[in-house]
Write a protein that binds this ligand. Structure first.
Ligand code: FMN
Length: 202
C-alpha cells in the first residue's frame, strides 16, 4: 500500500513537471534573444530528445543541419538571396529582406529541419508527422533548458535543397531558431480542448 502511495506521489510530480513545461513553452522569436551563446552540449541535448519521437516502421525520418558561427551567416545570406531571387520586384520588401539576415544574426543557432521521406515504405504524411513529434520534443527540451525557440516555415525553405545538399527524397520543412532570452512567460492563446473533441461512449 505504502509502495503504491509512493509511486503515485512520484507520478504526480512527473505529471506536474510535464504539464508545466508543455503549457509554458511558447514560440520565442529572435528579436527577444540575448547574445549569450548556447553551448554545443545544450544543442546536442535538444537534438537528442528529437531522436525519441515515435516513428512508424522505425524509419526515424528526422534530419537536422545545425548552423552556428560562420555557418549561420552562410544560411542567412542564402535565405536572403532566395527571397530576392524568387520575389517579383513589385512585391519585394527591403525591410523583409533585411529582417532575414537579422533574425539569423540574433539567433545563437539555427537548426534546419528536414525529413527523409521513404515513399516505398510509408506515405509522406507519416514521416512528416514523426518529424513534427521530433520537433516538439526539441521545443519542450529547449523550454526545460531555458532556451527560446521557434519553428519558422518561410517559402524559401522549398528552395534550400542544393544549399543543404539534401539527398534523394530528403525535404526541408523549416528552420528552428534558438537563443537564450529574458522574455516574461506569456499564456498560450488557445480555445478550449472541449471544442475539438467528440466523445463516443455508447
Ligand atoms: C509547422 C509550424 C510552422 C510554423 N511556422 C511559423 C512561421 O513561419 N512564422 C511564425 O511566426 N511562426 C511559425 N510557427 C509558430 C506558430 O506561429 C506558433 O506556434 C503559434 O503562434 C502558437 O504560439 P506558441 O508556439 O507560442 O504556442 C510555426 C509553427 C509550426 C508548428
Amino acid at each position: 500500500m505504502l509502495g503504491i502511495i509512493r509511486i503515485k506521489r512520484f507520478m504526480e510530480k512527473e505529471i506536474d513537471i510535464l504539464n508545466r513545461i508543455i503549457k509554458r513553452r511558447r514560440s520565442i522569436f529572435p528579436i527577444s534573444y540575448t547574445s549569450q551563446e548556447i553551448p554545443v552540449e545544450v544543442i546536442r541535448q535538444i537534438l537528442e530528445s528529437a531522436n525519441y519521437a515515435p516513428t512508424h516502421k522505425l524509419t526515424e525520418p528526422w534530419r537536422f543541419v545545425v548552423f552556428r558561427n560562420e555557418g549561420k551567416w552562410k544560411l542567412g545570406e542564402q535565405l536572403a538571396r532566395l527571397y530576392k531571387e524568387n520575389t517579383p520586384a513589385a512585391s519585394f520588401l527591403q525591410k523583409k529582406y533585411d529582417s532575414i539576415t537579422e533574425k539569423v544574426r540574433q539567433s545563437s543557432c539555427v537548426i534546419v529541419i528536414n525529413a527523409q521521406l521513404n515513399p516505398d515504405k510509408l506515405p509522406a504524411w507519416e514521416e512528416i508527422a514523426a518529424l513534427g513529434c521530433a520537433v516538439q520534443n526539441m521545443a519542450l527540451t529547449a523550454e526545460a533548458l531555458s532556451v527560446g525557440a521557434y519553428w519558422s516555415s518561410p517559402e524559401m525553405i522549398s528552395d534550400l535543397g542544393d544549399f543543404l545538399q539534401l539527398g534523394e527524397n530528403e525535404k526541408c520543412f523549416g528552420l528552428f531558431y534558438m537563443g537564450y532570452h529574458n522574455e516574461e512567460a506569456r499564456p498560450a492563446k488557445r480555445t478550449p480542448i472541449e471544442n475539438k473533441v467528440r466523445w463516443v461512449e455508447a
